[in-house]
Design a protein around this ligand. Structure first.
Ligand code: DON
Length: 351
């Protein structure tokens, strides 16, 4: 073989082996910042393709308007701390944020009162019960209610500072909008539909008041909580919100410091304990990621310092978590080395 042809062959083979290793081997977290865009995009495309035909689950229907939402919406988005945004599928269709709002209203209260309002007041342990469990309230007399489940979330909303309902509400909506990097709006039909059928949450708010964990009008707290759950978002919005948490509170797209970095670890810890309700343990086991789901079909997850990711697909499993969104996020994160518990061993240098 001609000398130059041999060199070319060696070069091509080396490149092929390198590419093979890059695409087949699990990637490591430290590599994500340097990872080429097309590689990340390919993983999102694969996830969309693999899970789009999944038929499991059904739209939430205990809020009548949610049963009407197109069950075929399926979009995935990922945002890196350096502001790269990757999307696959339908990232334009909006659904109501629902319980994912619990994260951002909690973060707002942390900004106003400090992160310890949660362990010192509302609680941070998982209830191990469904998100709107009344048994859990009775068991602990309203204490130990995580802000990611309804009793803790309504008590958390009741703590948002403001002189009037309007002022409290505007602060909540504005805070969510800063995380998303655009002005968000309420889905009025969803709000009205839930407000007309949320007697259980009204009961939860009143019980929390009776046990002394809400000290303002509990019906107003439940009403504001219902409105915050009706904020409309698409998958891209949710990924930017998650990306802001992945980037120590600084929105990677707008460059705005939305929350203080000091409160982010506590926010993520609370998401880890109960973000997917009584399935939070299974989720953490599979992904290692702090995450939060909503019955609108969205899920956000955070790989700290690496990426924020979100997916929307309305059909839910028994625990109230989107079937496709869970699968897609797990696939993408694991393919990108997003699990924060997964590290490469370092050989000791001092013995
Ligand atoms: O409180 C409710 O029932 C709804 N507004 C939110 C519930 C929710 O998203 C639970 N999610 N998995």
């Amino acid at each position: 073989m001609h000398h130059q042809n041999l060199i070319a062959l060696i070069r091509q083979t080396t490149a092929a082996v390198f590419l093979g290793l890059v695409f087949l081997a699990p990637l490591h977290a430290a590599d994500i910042a340097a990872m080429p865009d097309r590689q990340i995009q390919r993983v999102l495309n694969d996830a969309l393709q693999q899970f789009s035909d999944l038929e499991e689950g059904a739209n939430a229907d205990y809020i009548p308007a949610l049963a009407e939402v197109d069950s075929d919406i399926f979009g995935i988005a990922l945002v890196t701390p350096d502001g790269r945004v990757f999307t696959a599928g339908d990232v334009e269709s909006e659904v109501s944020i629902q319980s994912i709002s619990k994260v951002f209203t909690m973060a707002l209260v942390m900004e106003q009162q400090g992160a310890d309002f949660a362990p010192d007041g509302v609680g941070v342990d998982a209830t191990g019960q469904v998100f709107n469990s009344i048994v859990a309230i009775e068991q602990y007399k309203g204490a130990e209610m995580n802000p990611m489940v309804n009793p803790g979330a309504i008590a958390t909303t009741s703590r948002v500072a403001g002189e009037s309902r309007e002022e409290i509400w505007n602060r909540i909506l504005e805070f969510h909008s800063r995380f998303a990097g655009r002005t968000l709006e309420v889905n009025q039909p969803v709000y009205e539909s839930e407000a007309a059928t949320n007697q259980r949450n009204v009961a939860i708010g009143r019980l929390m008041y009776a046990y002394g964990h809400i000290d303002s009008n509990p019906d107003q707290a439940t009403d504001i909580y219902t409105e915050q759950c009706s904020i409309n978002v698409n998958a891209r919005d949710l990924a930017v919100m998650a990306g802001t948490l992945a980037n120590a509170g600084l929105n990677p797209v707008t460059g705005e410091a939305v929350m203080s970095a000091a409160n982010v670890p506590e926010t993520l810890a609370i998401m880890s304990t109960a973000g997917l309700y009584d399935d939070a343990g299974k989720w953490l086991y599979r992904t290692g990621l702090p995450a939060k789901s909503g019955v609108g079909g969205g899920i956000v997850a955070v790989s700290p310092g690496r990426f924020g990711i979100a997916a929307i697909a309305p059909p839910l499993d028994e625990a109230g978590n989107s079937v496709k969104a869970q699968r897609a996020i797990e696939y993408v994160s694991n393919a990108l080395g997003g699990n924060p518990y997964e590290v490469e061993p370092v050989q000791p240098t001092r013995r």
